[in-house]
Design a protein around this ligand. Structure first.
Ligand SMILES: Nc1ncnc2c1ncn2[C@@H]1O[C@H](COP(=O)(O)OP(=O)(O)O)[C@@H](O)[C@H]1O
Ligand SMILES: [Mg+2]
Length: 250
């Protein structure tokens, strides 16, 4: 019998259908059973979770300025193909964070700055955004950048400055030199100019305020005026106060 092209066509040939049926029976799969209604795990959230230091894996942002920042960054996330040459192809995948404001979390040690910073990263991922992030203390960053055989430091710096979301922990805590100032400047300058969301934490007050003990260092002394100026332009400062939570456990 000749089949007309307008007749409904089977999706697969009879031979393949029979093989599929045999496999399904062999594996004991019940085709009529309802699919489980459990929420799908978010692989990105699980992957992000594994990279977060153990102490900060259950964190959530609590400070209103930090939750507002999460909303702002998630709100400006764009679909992968948005603005592409063929927008009619539609978009696939989760929205990716692109541009946004930055945060400067400052206050004495143990007040919860790093805790809230990881909370913000977790909240962005949980909000369904694809977040490519990197976290490092400034001391580790400088150590990685030290010129050594086999490491292309320029390449490393270029890669880090372009990371969509960067957490730079403990700014101003490492011993500073002209070289560290230059690395910090290039990193902050790039991210400032390209509006790349960055979370900075520091134990230091940004600038000297009246009533401060004269010997107490401030961030401006450590990073210099050029960096401080860019930080004040790009960041929402959030002041953390209170006792050292690490001592509270003793
Ligand atoms: N809101 C919070 N709830 C529970 N534990 C917290 C909270 N904030 C901080 N901690 C805990 O207190 C300790 C110090 O916090 P951390 O963020 O590392 O401080 P900082 O970065 O300001 O020095 C960490 O073990 C952290 O998990
Ligand atoms: Mg910290």
């Amino acid at each position: 019998m000749n089949r007309r092209t307008t007749d409904p066509q089977p999706a697969i040939s009879e031979r393949i259908r029979q093989r599929l049926e045999a496999k399904i029976t062999e594996r004991g799969i019940d085709k009529t059973a309802e699919l489980p209604d459990s929420p799908e795990p978010i692989p990105a959230l699980e992957a992000a979770q594994r990279r977060i230091p153990v102490a900060y894996r259950d964190t959530l942002p609590e400070h209103p300025d930090i939750t507002a920042w999460v909303r702002a960054v998630a709100g400006s996330a764009t679909a992968p193909n948005e603005g592409g040459l063929q927008p009619h192809y539609g978009t696939t995948g989760r929205r990716q964070i692109a541009h946004g404001p930055s945060l400067l979390l400052w206050g004495s040690p143990g007040t919860g700055k790093t805790h809230q910073a990881y909370g913000a990263i977790r909240a962005l991922t949980a909000a369904g955004c694809a977040v490519t992030w990197h976290a490092a203390t400034t001391a580790d960053l400088y150590a990685d950048m030290r010129p050594k055989a086999g490491v292309d430091v320029e390449h490393l710096l270029r890669r880090i400055v372009r990371i969509p979301l960067l957490l730079l922990d403990d700014l101003g805590a490492a011993k500073s030199s002209e070289w560290t100032e230059e690395i910090t400047f290039r990193l902050v300058n790039w991210r400032c100019q390209n509006h790349l969301p960055t979370i900075f934490t520091t134990n230091l007050a940004p600038v000297r305020e009246s009533g401060m003990p004269p010997g107490q260092p401030v961030l401006r002394d450590k990073v210099g005026d050029r960096v401080l100026s860019r930080l004040s332009g790009m960041c929402t400062p959030v002041h953390f106060t209170g006792p050292d939570r690490r001592f509270a456990r003793l």
